[in-house]
Design a protein around this ligand. Sequence first.
Ligand code: UD1
Length: 419
Amino acid sequence: MKKLEIIGGKKISGTISISGSKNATLPILASTILTNKKIIIENVPLVKDVETMAELLSNMGSNLKFDKKKKKITIINEKKLKTFAPYHSLKTMRAGILVLGPLLAKFKVAKVSLPGGCAIGSRPVDIHLDALKKMGAKIKIKDGYIHASVQKNLKGCTIKFPKISVGATENILIAACFAQGITKLRNCALEPEIGDLINFLKKLGCNIHRTGKRSINVTGVEKLNSAVHKVIFDRIEAGTYIIAAALTKGRLKIKNIIPKIILTEINFLVKMGVKIIKKKNYIIVNRLKNLKKIDISTKPYPGFPTDLQAQIMVLMTMAKGVSTIKENIFENRFMHVSELRRMGAKIKINNNKATIFGMSKLNGAELMATDLRASVCLVLAGLVPSNKTILNRIYHLDRGYEKIEKKLSRCGAHIKRLN
Ligand code: UD1
């Protein structure tokens, strides 16, 4: 099994170019089920989850070409797609559930595996299913599969999501594009990746209007156009590399981003003592001062992202004073803590609150990755001590970080992949 070997103690300095967002690419790919016109998606990140989604669509019958050199996916759905998404596609990539809405909207029937269990929490899909039922779908769960059908078309209606959910907002937004009449979505998630999905769907000819902060109205259409779309940057990857530079006292230019999209993260890091110069399409990170303690609660966008919680925890272990993190999105998202403790970090957990005692001296160790963001947090921790860290189970990392060891080693890290 593949591992990473890291010998820390080196400054991360230089320039890193941020890839396209995985969390934007996946719903955009799922939404291509709606159309049989030519679609070109650019700036696609070369990560495993995107490959898994591309395979799922190909297996359904989509004529999909992934040009990895150009980071471009071209799709033409010439024939009717199969309306089945098997367990093996959804067990590692929960975003596979995003094919449910478009399959049902376009073909009136779908059989989609319930997504696999997940280390970070139970992650149900009841909000997705309740919304589709309200739009007229009949849904049964049998043998681990969602069997969904609708007689004629999904019907527009008002859907107030009981909880802010990124996945449910995306699934229902896509389905509503082919529903009859107007679907009024309320209490929607506002993540920038949803904005990117909306921009893509509008290029296809979908009729979507944001009518308030968390309100979106979608008027169903019958036909769609072809489109070319460049995926938005990966804000979590950007945040991860800001933290890498801050941890190692490096000077790092992070380019191909839109800084105003990650203002919350930037402001928290500046409060901790990280110097960040913001330009239009890049930032420069420079840590000169000692780090200060901070208290963070994860929240839906524009709050602090749960996907950056594990990474900022590593920075907190270096800060002066006692920092806290309240994880409000997932009940079990502190899987990285036991591994950080093995490196010497002092962290207490009480339900969804972590207390991080700063000024820890981290030591290299052999570690086990448990999920995507936990893995990258351990890579970051490994950049600090000057002895060796081995990170096992890096398939989690490969789900969402493009060429991480190359990007870091070009900026001075000693990091290599062992087979
Ligand atoms: C979530 C994160 C997203 C992150 C992704 C991967 C939020 C709001 N969402 O998106 O930023 O990129 O994980 O780590 O930060 N829920 C239900 N029933 C449902 C759907 C969700 O109870 O049908 C609950 C979840 O358990 C969770 C909350 O709602 O507590 C938000 O979940 P949701 O946004 O749907 O999760 P993802 O789309 O996976």
